[in-house]
Write a protein that binds this ligand. Structure first.
Ligand SMILES: C[S@@+](CC[C@H](N)C(=O)[O-])C[C@H]1O[C@@H](n2cnc3c(N)ncnc32)[C@H](O)[C@@H]1O
Length: 448
C-alpha cells in the first residue's frame, strides 16, 4: 500500500502505486482521516520506471514494486526502513546492500491449489471462467481465490519446470483442489525448493485422505515431477490457509538437499527455514559478521539450521545457538559436523525460556516477523552484552524492541538494510547495539 497525498494535501493510501509516481485514484474508503484508494491510471511515472516482467503483475499479491528498476526499488525499501526506525540521532546509517539478481533469485516458493481463481477486470469482462483447477498465489487479502500462475519470474527456471509439471498433473488428477470456503477438496499447497546446484525438493500438503485413491494420486504427482525432485507428503486438517501439516510420507527421496552459501554447506529439508535468496543470504551473513565483530561467547538466537552461528564461529571462542523447532536443531547439529565446526552447540526451545540460563558477550537475534517476546527482550537487555546484532525481517518489530533494549543500557549505533527480496515490499533491517557504558568503537564496514 503506497502512502501519498491528494491534491488538497490529504493523506491517501493507494493500492498499487509505486513510490514517486503521480497517479489517478478511485477512493473506496476513509479510515481515521486517511483516504484509501485504488489506482486507476498513471499521470507521471516515477524515476527508474520500467515495464513489469510478470504476466500477473497487479493481480498477484507478491511483487508490488516491479514497475521500478532495482536501484529505485532498493532506495525505496531503504527509505522505508529509515522512516520505520525513526530517531536516527547518533546512528550510522550504511548504504543499502543486496545481490545483483533482480529476478530468478528465490530458492523457495509456496503455491496454493484452488477451485476459484482471481481474474482482473479485463479477463472478467472477456468472460473468462472463474471456477476450475488452479495453482498459484493468493491475491492481496483474498484467502479464497488463487491467481493462476504459469510461471513465477522470481524463481529459477528449474523451479518453473516443477511448477509446469505439477500443473499438468493437476489437470488430470482424480482428486480436486481444496476449496477453503466449502472446506472440501484434496490438494492444498505445493512448496518447492532448489539449491544453487539445481537440486530440487517439493512438499505437497493435502487434506486427510478419505479413500484409497489418495496414495495413488500422490504417487502420480511424484512421477509427474522432473526426475530427481524429492517429494514429501504432509496432511493438514486445519481450516486456516497455512502450509502446515503432519508428515505422512517421504514419497520420493531425497528428503533434503545441500545448499552452498559462502564457505558453508547446509542441509535443508523442504520445510526448513532458510533465507529465500542464497546470494542475498551471503551478503546478510557478511553484514552480520562485520557488525558482530569477534569475541569470547556468541549467542545465535533464533538460529534455524544454524547458518549465522556457523558463519561467525571462526571469530568467537564458543557459539551457542537457540532454536524452537526441533527438526531445525537436528539439522543445525548436522550442519556443524558437515562443516567441521566444533566450537558451536545448539539448544532446543523458545529463546524467551532459554535466555535466563545463558551468558555471552555478543548476541545475534534473528526473530520471526513478530519480533522478540517481551521476556526475551527484557532478558537480553539484562544480559550485560557488549554488542547485540538484531536482524529484522519486519522492521516495525525492531523499532518496537529497540525501545526496551535502549532502556536496558544498549544503544543502537549502526543500521543497515540488506535487500533480500527484490520486486517485493519486504526488506531486512540489521541493527547493531552496543553497551552504553563501554567506549564507542570504530564503525564496522559491512560488505556487499
Ligand atoms: C527468521 S528465522 C531465522 C533463522 C536463521 N537465523 C537463518 O538465518 O536462517 C526465525 C527462526 O526462529 C525460530 N523461532 C520462532 N520462534 C522462536 C522462539 N520463540 N524461540 C526460538 N526460536 C524461534 C523459527 O523456527 C525460525 O527458524
Amino acid at each position: 500500500m503506497g502512502a501519498g497525498t491528494g491534491p488538497d494535501g490529504q493523506p491517501v493510501l493507494v493500492r498499487g502505486a509505486p513510490p514517486g509516481a503521480i497517479v489517478d485514484v478511485q477512493p473506496f474508503a476513509r479510515r481515521h482521516g486517511v483516504v484509501h484508494a485504488r489506482r486507476v491510471g498513471c499521470v507521471e511515472a516515477p524515476p527508474g520506471a520500467v515495464v513489469p516482467r510478470c504476466a500477473v503483475f497487479g493481480s498477484c499479491g507478491g511483487c508490488v514494486l516491479q514497475e521500478l528498476d532495482l536501484p529505485a526499488q532498493r532506495a525505496a525499501r531503504h527509505d522505508l526502513v529509515l522512516r520505520t526506525i525513526g530517531d536516527l540521532d547518533g546512528v550510522r546509517v550504511h548504504p543499502p546492500v543486496g545481490a545483483d539478481l533482480a529476478y530468478g533469485y528465490r530458492n523457495r516458493v509456496e503455491l496454493t491449489y484452488g477451485t476459484d481463481r482471481w481474474l482482473d477486470p479485463a479477463a472478467l469482462a472477456a468472460g473468462a471462467p472463474r471456477g476450475g483447477r488452479f495453482l498459484g498465489f493468493h491475491p492481496a487479502g483474498r484467502f479464497d481465490r488463487v491467481v493462476d500462475v504459469r510461471r513465477c519470474e522470481l524463481v529459477p527456471e528449474g523451479l518453473n519446470e516443477v511448477l509446469a509439471a505439477a500443473r499438468i498433473h493437476l489437470e488430470t488428477s482424480a482428486l480436486p483442489p481444496w476449496n477453503p470456503r466449502a472446506q472440501s477438496g484434496f490438494w492444498r499447497h505445493l512448496l518447492l525448493r532448489i539449491s544453487v546446484d539445481g537440486a530440487r525438493l517439493a512438499a505437497v500438503y493435502t487434506a486427510p485422505p478419505q479413500g484409497s485413491e489418495a496414495d495413488a494420486e500422490v504417487e502420480a504427482l511424484a512421477a509427474a515431477l522432473p526426475s530427481g525432485t524429492g517429494l514429501a507428503w504432509f496432511v493438514s486438517d486445519r481450516p486456516s490457509d497455512a502450509a502446515l501439516g503432519v508428515l505422512r510420507a517421504l514419497v520420493r527421496p531425497p528428503g533434503a538437499i545441500e545448499e552452498r552459501v559462502g564457505r558453508l554447506a547446509l542441509r535443508l529439508q523442504p520445510t526448513s527455514f532458510f533465507q529465500t535468496s542464497t546470494a542475498g543470504a551471503e551478503i546478510l551473513y557478511a553484514t552480520v559478521a562485520a557488525l558482530a565483530g569477534s569475541g569470547d561467547r556468541l549467542l545465535d538466537l533464533f538460529c534455524g539450521v544454524g547458518p549465522i552461528g556457523l558463519w561467525l564461529a571462526p571469530s568467537f571462542r564458543e557459539v551457542v545457538g537457540v532454536e524452537a523447532w526441533p527438526a531445525a536443531v537436528a539439522d543445525a547439529v548436522q550442519n556443524a559436523r558437515r562443516n567441521g565446526i566444533e566450537n558451536i552447540v545448539f539448544h532446543g526451545g523458545p529463546v524467551e525460556d532459554r535466555l535466563a540460563s545463558l551468558a555471552a558477550d555478543v548476541a545475534v537475534v534473528d526473530p520471526p516477523r513478530a519480533g522478540l517476546h517481551p521476556r526475551a527482550v527484557a532478558a537480553l537487555a539484562a544480559l550485560g552484552l557488549s554488542r547485540l546484532v538484531y536482524v529484522a525481517c519486519h522492521p516495525p518489530s525492531l523499532a518496537r524492541d529497540r525501545r526496551v533494549l535502549e532502556a536496558g543500557g544498549l544503544a543502537m549505533t549502526d543500521l543497515c538494510t540488506v535487500d533480500l527480496f527484490p520486486q517485493t515490499g519486504h526488506v531486512e533491517g540489521v541493527a547493531r547495539f552496543v553497551a552504553r557504558e563501554r567506549p564507542r568503537q570504530e564503525g564496522p564496514r559491512p560488505t556487499g
